[in-house]
Design a protein around this ligand. Sequence first.
Ligand code: GLA
Length: 387
Amino acid sequence: MDIQKIKASFQSHFGKDAYPYIFFSPGRINLIGEHTDYNLGYVCPAAIDKGIYVAISPNGTDTVNLFAMDQKDEPAVYSFDIRSGQLPALRWAKYIYGATMETVGNGVNVKGYDALITGDLPDGAGLSSSAALVCAFLFALDSLFGTGNTDRFTLARMGQAVEHKYLGLKCGIMDQFASLHGKKDNLILLDCRSLEYDYIPINTKGFRLVMLNTCVKHALGTEYNERRQSCENGVAALKKVYPAIESLRDATVEQIDSVKDSLSETDYRRSKYVIQEDNRVLETRSALNEGNMQQLGDILYAGHDGESKWFEISCAESDFLVQIAKECGVTGARQMGGGFGGCVINLVKEELYDNFIKTAQKLFADRFGHQILVYPISVGQGTCRLA
Ligand code: GLA
């Protein structure tokens, strides 16, 4: 993205004198560990080099004026008074209102500001555009009106609170954490209970990581919260027999099997998926450390199988792409993110790459009547001020 162009757009929208600061917060991929974060387990995300850019300047009033320049689904302009306590009706503005209110709640004396939002991250693709948006604002407001020293753990928690309180999505901490803590060319192995994390350099020599966007958009909501409820039901059943269990992170496959009869079939299946997925993240760590790409690939396929059949968060388009990947000899593939569409992540041998992409593009278009989008993965830095 061209910073000068962003500044020029800001100035032409808000007036020539305005001179904005520019902040960036990235989207994320997740190699493995889906729906494990709110079960206090493990995830393996990384920030990507695409994200949300915010040009922002205090305006000396109590009013926040927003211009979301790429917005197509809803009106692109919105204003609110910081003291009004009125949740915006526009979905995109709710995130910014929430970030503003959480910053106020963190003891920062936030004043009115003008902000332009743009970016190069597709929304609804499972790449966490909403976490990128929220984290960009949390970081910017803390820098502009606070000390700029709020630690990134706290900002990630605040970002999660924005989803919970203002959007009604009971998400975990992965997306906000990854956006804020990204490091170039590194995956993050995060323990979502202790928030201890390690950076693992991505070393996939001879292989490529590529995302194929099904272009099936799905704003997470009821279905996501239902999955979380199933997990909580699983924990409640386990706790009766194993009182030390506080979350699915603490349980083994044998333990969930032993309480199968006290759960609905759906809650049992979903809870078991989470326990297995947690194990897959830990196996991924060993596979990465040993450079065992075959094992990593097998884990990705097993993860998709679990998402599709056990946790029920896949869709026909994602299943189809994973099947094509298998048929083309791709080492591993799975649907990535919260679910119900978005991107499939693929681990492909260099020599198979071109043929795989061509075949996937053709077969997918024949079957579903629209194109997939291809994004090679480039892992970048976390939230920062650019100018
Ligand atoms: C969404 C949520 C995350 C996480 C993923 C699934 O992206 O925001 O907290 O639960 O889904 O792994």
